[in-house]
Ligand binder design. Structure first.
Ligand code: ADP
Length: 376
């Protein structure tokens, strides 16, 4: 079969009319860049600050039109509003200017989810996703109901880390609401279930947000004590917007001990402070190398950098996770260590970190004022 091209998708979308412009949605300039990954297609419809509810039928029609193309398996259409309309029903705000902070009232909570926490890092490759999954499993081991939202849409790794394949299914035939996937007793949602992990997807900022909003709000998460959000690495606009528009109870920062990473970690910390999200603490990953042959602990990257830095910055230090081949091998094979080797020392470290995080959440929850009711 001929490969699907953007032109094929565009010509199918020309059958969908703009509700008021008197032309089709392609001619009206509503259709974003089209991302094609194998048999999956994703694009956004820009509603220029219009009322998202009014455009929902158009979105559904566009999804149907694209789904009808031969060879297309899965279509994801998001509504985005790049220009804020102002007013209560307006578009989602643009990334905050550095001095701005997010008014808490803009972020509606996710029904049934008590705490949403972000796991973030100033740069990639520090073990953020590995930490997120083991932290989530540590919280689960403490008897909590836990979900993971893989927001690392540039490199979603939760399907691989939890050894999950397949795609989330609608809660009922024809419903837009999806049932999350489940791995080791933890609910999971990831864009990685829709696209291949190594697909080079260039997501534009607003599209990133819509995809995430959908994964957060159009998924039947049920009752959760904690939703762990695996953030995209870094501190750019997309991360800032995400941090701002997600009703976060707190953030955990993962860093390696190297100075460079710590500088990045500080940027992560500042990002959350800017949007008034409490930083629950710093985790030092690949902190030391415990040599199984000689039994010694090698501080290969220098010692206690993150602990000292946390003290200096006035944020809690949550713990050190050693660099260990078991951690790597098990996560890369889809059997995270906390679930697959619960008796190991490393699993114990993650559980302790999880306990500290939960204790902090609980103590903050009891000190928190009653939530304001927001009518959207
Ligand atoms: P990030 O999400 O920050 O990009 P990952 O969690 O994907 O990082 O980790 C990057 C690589 O490092 C993976 O191969 C992972 O298995 C490995 N890794 C993470 N933490 C550890 C650790 N404590 N010991 C050994 N390998 C680790």
């Amino acid at each position: 079969m001929a490969p699907i091209t953007k032109d094929v998708v565009l010509s199918a979308l020309k059958s969908v009319q703009h509700p008021s412009a008197g032309k089709d949605i392609v001619s009206a300039g509503m259709v974003s860049e089209i991302v094609i990954a194998g048999s999956n297609v994703m694009f956004a419809l820009n509603i220029d600050g219009g009322d998202a509810g009014a455009f929902e039928p158009v979105r559904a029609e566009a999804e149907k039109a694209a789904s009808a193309i031969a060879g297309i398996d899965k279509v994801m259409v998001a509504l985005t509003a790049e220009k804020p309309a102002g007013g209560a029903n307006g578009a989602q705000p643009r990334p905050a200017a550095p001095q701005q902070s997010a008014p808490a009232a803009q972020q509606a909570g996710v029904p049934g989810v008590k705490n949403i926490i972000a796991v973030a890092s100033g740069k990639g490759g520090v073990g953020k996703s590995t930490t997120a999954v083991n932290l989530a499993l540590g919280l689960k081991a403490a008897g909590l109901k836990v979900g993971i939202l893989d927001a690392d849409i540039y490199g979603p790794s939760m399907p691989r880390l939890l050894g999950l394949t397949g795609q989330p299914q609608p809660v009922a035939p024809g419903s837009r609401v999806l049932k999350p996937m489940e791995g080791y007793g933890v609910e999971v949602m990831s864009i990685g279930f829709m696209v291949e992990e190594d697909t080079p997807v260039i997501w534009r900022g607003p599209m990133v947000m819509s995809a995430l909003q959908q994964m957060m709000r159009e998924v039947d998460w049920g009752e959760l004590d904690v939703m762990v959000v695996d953030m995209p690495p870094g501190t750019g606009d997309a991360q800032l917007t995400l941090a701002q528009q997600t009703p976060l109870a707190g953030a955990v920062i993962v860093s390696t001990p190297q100075d460079l990473a710590l500088i990045d970690a500080r940027k992560g910390l500042n990002m959350f402070r800017r949007v008034e999200v409490p930083v629950l603490g710093i985790i030092e990953n690949m902190s030391y190398f415990a040599c199984t042959k000689c039994g010694e602990r090698h501080e290969i990257f220098g010692r206690g950098g993150a602990r000292m830095e946390a003290e200096k910055l006035g944020v809690p230090f949550l713990g050190e996770v050693p660099l260990d081949i078991e951690v790597r091998a098990r996560s890369d094979a889809g059997h995270p260590i906390v679930a697959s080797a619960p008796e190991s020392e490393h699993a114990g470290i993650y559980r302790e970190i999880a306990k500290k995080v939960w204790d902090t959440l609980e103590s903050r929850a009891s000190a928190r004022p009653a939530p304001r009711i927001v009518i959207e």
